[in-house]
Ligand binder design. Structure first.
Ligand code: ISL
Length: 566
């Protein structure tokens, strides 16, 4: 345990700057806002801040479309402020991890502008340019080089009229994919990463990093994917997820960028569609790739195929999934643990119960469950106070490109607009993006101007100021969970064993290390359970941390969570 990496004891806090705190009254959060709220992060006790993108960007995807990797967008502030932030965090013993978005750039990045300028451009091959499908005319429906469906609806190819060729964009048309087959591209990315490390940043959260290697044939061909039901597109997964050269690329990046400094850094890959088997390869320290990855299985259990086709979550599926990840990364590799981020609906609304009666209890229960797993927990801004999904009246209230494109495409394909709207309310990324609720004032202390996305009206009751000094609050509970991980080696490193895999409400497991053990029991529902019957050793065990006032030790109340030492 003494030689385990520092991040096994760490908790990461994600800042989505646009929605965190606004210092200049333009309604959009910025670095000045982050600087003004550092004490909140220090109070919480987090070890690392992951900052979502602040680079210059046309903001087609809220900064995940980058037009300059080396600077800060004036919308968010200045490079000097970012340096000030790094120093201020370091003063408090907090590390800063930057978002690294290198599967694609903005179409306004000079690399792409140059690439697009002519088929003879020296940067033409920095992106994926292809002629129309054989025998078809550019612009004709179905003439795209492959049939792939984009992450943000529609095709993944955009026609450039001037050259008659298409370019690949797995996300928005303003996010052309970089061609990692080209060594110049990779070297340009590595050079930029070294610059940021030299500036003092402590690692990277690598956006969709497992999509950078595409399954391209020796002749440059890219294969069609299997047809998607009800859509004129195919599934790109097999051709882009964990592609043939991905491990080679990551090992090369490691050699070129992290040699000699890896111990200090946190390297986390965002890897949609990753399997446990692949994750072992990405995170086995001996392979020199990443420290941990974000996997998506547990946030894919409450829908069918598309995220906008929701279905109820089955508790046994959740246990089976987490249990497999815990077991699969027990001997090599490491898990990252999250419920929420800027792409997911709010956990208390999705996996908990955000009705007034159970909101506090379910938020603290979910947090306990997550933080007691083996892995590095990630807290997304607002999660620490139990922020919930927002009430969106109509489609006009949404801002996210994924939501808006999905609505347009689904309605155009004949789906009922009311049903599509209901799915957006449940799953839209904008749920995560309403401003952080600092206090009960009109815009929740987020801005003095008009927020880019309205604050949730529930901020009058649910805000940081109201919870800061309340020991019973969701915030105080997060503080305790974070401290527990710092203090107790069994929380950081103990072996994980799932109990009661078939139970419909009670989620229980043990952690064990060097003769010490914890028993964690969480009631993920509104029922009451006889603990003496379910887990006979539980009632007499010492209570290390609970989320409800102590009562009958043999009865597990609705949304109760207990960390016990038998
Ligand atoms: O948002 C999702 C859930 O529907 C995912 O499909 C998401 O698009 C995917 O995980 C990739 O996310 C990352 O890259 C995107 C960006 O929009 C997301 O915000 C980012 O987290 C493109 O850069």
């Amino acid at each position: 345990p003494a030689d385990a990496p520092w991040w096994t004891r760490a908790v990461v806090y994600q800042v989505y700057p646009r929605s965190f705190a606004d210092s200049d009254g333009d309604g959009i959060g910025d670095l000045g806002g982050v600087l003004s709220r550092i004490d909140h992060l220090a109070d919480l006790g987090v070890d690392v801040v992951w900052l979502s993108p602040v680079y210059p960007s046309p903001q087609a995807d809220n900064g995940y479309d980058i037009s300059d990797y080396t600077d800060v967008d004036p919308l968010f502030g200045t490079l000097a402020q970012l340096e000030e932030l790094i120093a201020a965090l370091h003063d408090r013993g907090i590390r800063l991890v930057m978002d690294l978005v290198v599967n694609h750039t903005s179409d306004e990045h000079p690399w792409f502008v140059e690439s697009r300028s002519s088929p003879d451009s020296p940067k033409r091959d920095w992106y994926w340019w292809r002629p129309p499908r054989a025998g078809m005319t550019a612009g004709q429906p179905g003439a795209e080089p492959t049939n792939w469906h984009g992450f943000f609806s529609g095709p993944t190819w955009e026609l450039d009229e001037a050259s008659g060729e298409y370019y690949l964009h797995l996300f928005d048309r303003k996010q052309p994919d970089l061609n990692w087959e080209n060594p110049e591209v990779r070297q340009a990315v590595y050079a930029m990463m070294r610059e940021w490390l030299d500036r003092g940043v402590d690692g990277f959260r690598m956006d969709v990093i497992n999509l950078v290697s595409k399954d391209v044939g020796p002749d440059g061909s890219l294969p069609d994917g299997p047809p998607l039901p009800g859509l004129p597109y195919g599934d790109a997964t097999a051709s882009v997820v964990d592609g043939p050269r991905i491990h080679e690329f990551l090992q090369e990046m490691h050699r070129e960028v992290f040699t000699g400094r890896r111990e200090q850094l946190l390297l986390v890959g965002e890897t949609p569609g990753v399997t446990v088997e692949e994750a072992r390869l990405y995170t086995d320290p001996a392979r020199g790739e990443l420290d941990m990855v974000f996997q998506f299985e547990h946030v894919g259990l409450d829908f069918e195929g598309s995220k906008f086709a929701p279905r109820p979550l089955r508790m046994r599926d959740l246990k089976a999934s987490f249990g497999r990840w815990q077991a699969g990364l027990a001997d090599v590799g490491w898990n990252s643990l999250y419920w929420d981020n800027h792409d997911q609906p709010r956990a208390v609304s999705r996996f908990g119960d955000d009705s007034p009666r159970f909101r506090r209890d379910s938020a603290t229960c979910l947090a306990t469950l997550l933080h007691l797993h083996r892995g590095t927990p990630y807290v997304y801004q607002g999660e620490e106070i139990g922020m919930a999904n927002a009430p969106f009246d109509s489609v006009d209230d949404f801002r996210d490109v994924e939501s808006l494109n999905h609505f347009a495409q689904a309605v155009a394909h004949g789906e009922d607009p009311g049903e599509v709207l209901a799915a957006l309310r449940r799953m839209s990324r904008d749920n995560a993006r309403t401003p952080v609720q600092w206090d009960d004032s009109p815009h929740a202390g987020f801005t003095t101007g008009t927020p880019w996305l309205p604050v949730n009206p529930d901020h009058t009751a649910w805000n940081v100021a109201a919870q800061r000094d309340d020991p019973g609050s969701v915030l105080a509970h997060h503080r305790r969970l974070i401290a527990l991980r710092h203090d107790d080696p069994v929380v950081a490193l103990g072996d994980f064993t799932m109990l009661l895999p078939e139970h419909d409400e009670v989620y229980a497991f043990t952690r064990a290390l060097d003769g010490d053990a914890l028993l964690v029991v969480c009631n993920l529902g509104g029922g009451t359970h006889d603990l003496a019957e379910l887990l006979p050793e539980a009632p007499a065990a010492e209570l290390v941390l609970g989320n409800l006032p102590e009562d009958d030790p043999a009865t597990l109340r609705p949304w109760e969570a207990r960390v016990l030492r038998p």
